[in-house]
Design a protein around this ligand. Sequence first.
Ligand code: SAM
Length: 257
Amino acid sequence: MLLGNLRVARRVRELGIVSGQNGIYNRYLREKDGWDKHLANTKMLILDAVKQNQPRNICFLGSGYLLDVPVDELLANGFRLTFVDISHPTPILKKYSRNSSINFITEDLTGGLLHNLSSERLRDIIFFKLANLIERAEPFTPDADFVVSLNLLSQLSDIPLEFLRRKGKLTDWQSIELALVIQQKHINSLPKGKSLLVSDVMEEYYNDKGELMATRPTVFADLSGLNQVKEWVWEFDTGKTYLEDAVTKLRVVAGLL
Ligand SMILES: C[S@@+](CC[C@H](N)C(=O)[O-])C[C@H]1O[C@@H](n2cnc3c(N)ncnc32)[C@H](O)[C@@H]1O
């Protein structure tokens, strides 16, 4: 039992959920100029979508530090907000948990894959078992007038699959195959006619001369169902701390479902 608990605690740390969130916030502080345009685009799309759809309550999936949520404007206009994340940052809980217009839900939006990886022994994890588990997972279905999937889609698959690749449990191709299923299930779980999806879809790596050196797709699922599609570039990392020797930009796609 004790060994089991220690394994879960270590695995949760290795999956890097809390350190990943803090990493996002710290990178935002370092890269504010480049991030502000991306955050402003996301907030504007949320406000536009809300104007079009006239919901009373809005559910945000992957809410994290709320950097990309126009919280003050939404509260000022009387909306009730639900924030869903696998882990809510303490400063956000402290700031909003007493606000009666805000509700926090803690949920693994893969439908339990992270929970499973936390408790399973590494030697028992094999590709076909994982594929089966992911295929049968039932993702959380938000009960709200409007749903925003918020810069979450690529992370949903990256967090578990990067961990498994580092541990030598998946090949690149197996990882892409599983990422596609995890991402497609998330898209399918968003209620149609009342959802907005915002996600990076590609990492681009540039040299000091500003020349594009390489790319890495981050989304493999079918995005052809999106309407009123917008695209932009997120100046993600100019300090070369994400990838050594390269400036990283993210291609972002947003649209209504
Ligand atoms: C890139 S951040 C999105 C930005 C976030 N809205 C912010 O402003 O900080 C992705 C968020 O998705 C959450 N996340 C990643 N995988 C998740 C999962 N399986 N279930 C629920 N939330 C998850 C992370 O904890 C993180 O807060």
